[in-house]
Design a protein around this ligand. Structure first.
Ligand SMILES: *[C@@H]1O[C@H](CO)[C@@H](O)[C@H](O)[C@H]1NC(C)=O
Ligand SMILES: *[C@@H]1O[C@H](CO)[C@@H](O)[C@H](O)[C@H]1NC(C)=O
Ligand SMILES: *[C@@H]1O[C@H](CO)[C@@H](O)[C@H](O)[C@H]1NC(C)=O
Ligand SMILES: *[C@@H]1O[C@H](CO)[C@@H](O)[C@H](O)[C@H]1NC(C)=O
Ligand SMILES: *[C@@H]1O[C@H](CO)[C@@H](O)[C@H](O)[C@H]1NC(C)=O
Ligand SMILES: *[C@@H]1O[C@H](CO)[C@@H](O)[C@H](O)[C@H]1NC(C)=O
Length: 327
């Protein structure tokens, strides 16, 4: 009887753990005056521990396409396989310690929008955030925004401890952009699929990787070239289940980096594995329902099946022949 009660109690505790994802606004004097964003606070938040922060920048499919409002902000949770999607759907692991900030862009993330996202952490979370561990990631348009933010000025790079641009839609425009990023010694792990039909890997990610290598960026940039997967590879990179996501578990990698007070970057997990532009193709998918090992052909965008997320942009091909159960 006692045991039964204990078990029932455990079940009740287990099922009561809904993750809290809150719509917030942040007033400022720049661009649009008000930023709309989602906030996720990790377990233990407010207990005196300083928590790391992760800024997530969505793709073009989640733009408000006009002024952002609390209503348009909902879109940010609707692209499958992203941190705000996982949080909203209660499949974000409780042991990930990040404060997660997911701002919405009206028409696209400009550099200023991203700088404001950093300000949000520094000003609204200063008591509970570890400002030496602000991380930034984004996909497609949002990945491009990560590059443009880092390339805009050295201070931007010094404000973050590591960055993960995914299938990033930004083409470098001058070699000074590489030296700017190299001057800030930003640890970067970038991902792109060789067969991305929406954003050309050569003119974007590979150009950044080669330019940053030439500029002597340290630590050496990590580049993972998916052999397939098309544009929608973020779901594999952001996959939170370590058993499934063996090769690309960015969360542990990010936490290995912290900005020292001098602006230098220290790795607490040893040097990151360096991946040259010619190695590391990953075909690891998040679930048995996605496969990269078939003919390599991708069918047209399919969002049939259970729990199929909207994809971004809406016209792109999902991973393989997606009967897509994200988890
Ligand atoms: C923030 O900006 C909104 C929109 O301009 C305004 O209504 C609100 O009063 C402002 N809040 C604060 C605390 O200034
Ligand atoms: C605060 O919460 C974090 C995460 O659960 C935990 O690791 C830490 O030990 C807690 N700190 C205190 C002082 O309770
Ligand atoms: C991508 O860009 C490269 C370099 O400009 C070009 O050679 C290649 O044809 C482009 N690929 C596609 C699929 O457009
Ligand atoms: C992670 O994936 C493994 C293998 O598919 C599965 O057995 C396990 O239940 C998953 N864990 C969570 C927390 O979903
Ligand atoms: C990326 O992977 C593809 C497919 O495996 C391969 O053909 C290509 O050479 C790789 N490119 C780079 C730059 O690593
Ligand atoms: C799509 O997936 C189904 C089920 O796994 C498989 O039978 C079929 O061959 C796949 N089609 C393609 C084009 O990969």
């Amino acid at each position: 009887m006692k045991y039964t009660l204990v078990i029932i109690a455990l079940i009740l505790v287990g099922t009561s753990e809904a993750l809290i994802h809150t719509k917030k606004t942040f007033n400022h004097t720049a661009w649009g005056d008000q930023t709309f964003y989602y906030e996720y606070l990790p377990q233990g938040y407010g207990n005196g521990t300083k928590f790391p922060a992760l800024i997530f920048l969505h793709g073009a499919g989640e733009n408000a396409n006009g002024p952002c409002t609390l209503t348009t902000l909902t879109k940010v949770t609707q692209n499958g396989g992203t941190p705000p999607y996982y949080i909203q759907n209660n499949i974000w692991p409780l042991d990930l310690p990040f404060i997660v900030i997911s701002p919405q862009a009206p028409w696209g993330h400009g550099v200023e929008n991203v700088e404001i996202a950093v300000r949000i952490i520094k000003e609204a979370y200063t008591a509970n955030a570890d400002l030496n561990r602000i991380y930034i990631t984004g996909l497609s348009q949002g990945g491009g925004a990560v590059w443009n933010f880092l390339a805009a000025n050295v201070n931007n790079g010094l404000n973050v401890a590591a960055a993960v641009p995914i299938c990033a839609a930004a083409t470098p425009s001058s070699s000074s952009q590489y030296t700017t990023i190299a001057s800030a010694s930003v640890p970067i792990w970038t991902f792109h699929a060789w067969n991305d039909g929406s954003v050309n890997i050569t003119t974007t990610t590979i150009a950044w990787v080669n330019g940053l290598n030439a500029a002597g960026l340290t630590p050496t940039i990590k580049f993972t070239n998916f052999s397939s997967g098309g544009h929608g590879i973020w779901q594999h990179v952001y996959e939170t289940n370590k058993t499934v996501n063996v090769n690309n578990y960015i969360y542990s990698w990010l936490l290995g980096y912290s900005r020292g007070s001098t602006g230098s970057t220290t790795s607490t997990t040893g040097p990151a594995t360096t991946v040259s532009t010619t190695s590391t193709t990953s075909t690891t998918g998040p679930a048995s329902t996605t496969s990269t090992t078939g003919s390599g052909s991708t069918t047209s965008s399919s969002t049939t099946g259970s729990n199929c997320p909207a994809v971004e942009p809406q016209t792109v091909t999902m991973f393989g022949n997606c009967t897509c159960t994200c988890h």
